[in-house]
Every structure is written in C-alpha cells, then in structure tokens.
Design a protein around this ligand. Structure first.
Ligand code: CO
Length: 150
C-alpha cells in the first residue's frame, strides 16, 4: 500500500515537472495577413535545454505576398540581418545563407501554414538584448518583439 502511494506521488510530480518545462520552453506565435505577431515579448527560462517556437500563419495570402518567418538575433544585429536578407530573396527565406548572426529562424510561410524551429539557448546571456522578427522585406520594421532569457 505504501509502495503504491509512493509510485503515484512520483508519477504526479513528474507530470507537474514536465508541464512546467513545456510551459517555459515551447512557444506558439501566430500572425495573420497583417504585420502583427500575437505576442510582443517572449521570456525564456535559462534552464531550458532547448527552446521550440512554432509559427502559425492564420491568414490566407501566399508567402510571396504576405510571407512571415520567426527569426531571432541580438537586437543590435537585426537591421543588418534584415538588409542582407532582402538581397537573399524568398528562395532563401529572406535570410543570407550561413549568416552566423542568426541565432534561430523558421522558413517563410504563407497563410494556412506552420513552421517550427528548435534551438539551444546555451551561449545566450540574460544581460544581452535579443529580438525576434520577421525578415520579409518591409515587415521587420514593425514585426518584432523582445526575447529575454531569465
Ligand atoms: Co512577415
């Protein structure tokens, strides 16, 4: 009887533990046929082994008209990455191939699509200012938000 109770307790604790990790390390970001992410800031637990971001395009327009992606970089690198991305074109998801300033990025998607990226935050600092943004030409000026490692 005692043993059975212990097993139940351990099971309950492990469920709570995994739910906690899920809430902190996995994000869903939505955007429609406009230039507005549904969240303006993201806070990530520094203990996350990896972070997953799932981008959902709830609009109807195709990627070449109203494409969106989710890109993470230092705030100070954002405009340079976006400018280089403009030249790279849609075939490269409006990101310069091999750009090491990019910490993580999904592909560019159109309405009705989803894209995910999973990345390590090892090496990111709670003292650094990071931003997420959409690198589609003209979008990044307004489609961006803060990304903080707690
Ligand atoms: Co966009």
């Amino acid at each position: 009887m005692k043993n059975k109770f212990s097993k139940s307790l351990i099971f309950a604790l492990s469920v709570v533990g995994s739910l906690g990790a899920y809430a902190d390390c996995v994000f869903e970001v939505s955007v429609g046929d406009n230039l507005v992410f549904d969240i303006q800031s993201m806070e990530v637990d520094g203990n996350c082994k990896s972070v997953s971001v799932n981008l959902i395009h709830t609009g109807n327009l195709p990627a070449n008209i109203m494409g969106h992606n989710w890109v993470l970089s230092k705030a100070s690198d954002l405009s340079a990455i976006a400018n280089d991305g403009f030249s790279a074109g849609l075939d490269n998801n409006y990101l310069k191939p091999g750009d090491e300033r990019i910490i993580a990025a999904t592909k560019v998607i159109g309405g009705g699509d989803e894209a995910s990226v999973e990345f390590s935050i090892e090496g990111l600092s709670s003292d650094e200012s990071y931003q997420f943004f959409c690198s589609f030409p003209g979008h990044w000026a307004v489609m961006k938000g803060s990304f903080v490692v707690k």
